[in-house]
Each structure stands twice: as C-alpha cells, then as structure tokens.
Design a binder for this molecule. Structure first.
Ligand code: PRP
Length: 184
C-alpha cells in the first residue's frame, strides 16, 4: 500500500452484517426452492463465499467469467464469455452474484446469455452498486451498498489484480493507475 491512500469506506463488520441480512432475505425468498448461485469471476468470489455460508436453503454454486473485447472498445458492451457454467440451469431458479455493478454492460450480457437457457427465474445479487456509472438499466433484487463514483478495492475488488484480499472496502486515492482504470 506504499504511496497510496486507502480510506476504508465499508468496514469488515458492516460487510458481514449486510451479508447476513442478504442471506436471510434470500433464504426466505427461496424457501422450498434450490437456487443456483452463479458467481461472476473473479471479483465475486469472496462475497459468494461469505454469502453461501449464511444462506439456509439448499443451493448449488457455479461460476462464469467474461472479458471485454479490448480496452479501446471497453464500455461498448462488447463482452465475450471466457468460462461457461458446468451445470444446466434450464427450469432452475438462478441468482447471479456480482461484487460490483457499474455500467451494467457486463450483467446485461450475462443476463441475456443466461435467459436463452430458460431458467425458471433469474435475479441478481450485487454487493456494491456504483449506480452513477450505469449505462444500461438493470433490476438488482439484492444490493448490499450503494457506493459513490470512486475507485474502490478490497473484498474481491482489485487494482491490477491486487488488494482482493482486503477484508473491507476501501477508496483508493493518489494512484495514477486507479485513475486510469476508472476513466476507461
Ligand atoms: C467488474 C465486476 C463486474 C464488472 C462490472 O469486473 O466484477 O463484473 O466489472 O462492470 P460493468 O457494470 O461496467 O459492466 P472486472 O472487469 O473488474 O473483473 P474482475 O471481476 O475479474 O476483477
């Protein structure tokens, strides 16, 4: 963290409290069902790991990974699938798990892709919603926190692959790299 200013905006305790609440809501809403939780790699893995440990209904977990087609057209909504599900979701209740929603372009692609497979239902759980950056309207059934239009790291979120391990969400200031990534 040398030379950077990390300011904690969501401490560990608040994250854990919110995740418990989300787990309770999901457990109630999916009572009698067996949802499939789909983590979008990589950022969601820590949120997903904590969330499933507070969900009381039986469920399955799978992962997908997507990537944008090159930085020059990032933000264009052109996304490619780089890791598909291993399980069939036809007729199943599916919850997409995201760490953060910005423009909504990633989720828009994933949602359309998954709907073609005819799940019984499809909802989204996002730990963070940076809604000021939204380009595509997206209904997020479960949201942990709305965050301001600032670069954040920790709890799965990275800066050039670092800081995913921080047990809190922090604002990162004084980093030219963060600034560049954020302006894309
Ligand atoms: C982040 C996040 C979402 C996406 C949201 O992933 O996990 O998948 O960006 O952005 P959008 O709403 O503007 O589409 P990122 O590309 O940073 O990859 P990572 O999860 O592997 O860190």
């Amino acid at each position: 963290m040398k030379g950077k200013d990390f300011k904690i905006i969501i401490p560990r305790r608040e994250l854990q409290k919110k995740i418990k609440e989300l787990g309770k809501r999901i457990s109630e809403d999916y009572s009698g069902k067996e949802p499939i939780l789909i983590g979008i790699l990589k950022g969601s893995f820590i949120f997903l790991a904590d969330l499933i440990r507070v969900i009381k209904v039986p469920h399955e977990v799978d992962f997908m990974a997507v990537a944008s087609y090159g930085q020059e057209i990032e933000g264009s909504g052109v996304v490619k699938l780089i890791k598909d599900l291993n399980i069939n979701i036809e007729g199943k209740d599916v919850i997409i798990i995201e760490d953060i929603v910005d423009t909504g372009l990633t989720l828009n692609f994933i949602k359309k892709n998954l709907l073609l497979r005819n799940p019984r239902s499809l909802e989204i759980a996002a730990l963070l919603d940076r809604k000021e950056r939204r380009k595509v309207q997206m209904h997020l059934k479960y949201v942990g926190f709305t965050v301001p239009n600032e670069f954040v790291v920790g709890y799965g979120l990275d800066l050039a692959e670092r800081y995913r391990n921080l047990p809190y969400i922090a604002k990162i200031e004084g980093s030219k790299l963060a600034q560049r990534r954020f302006e894309l």
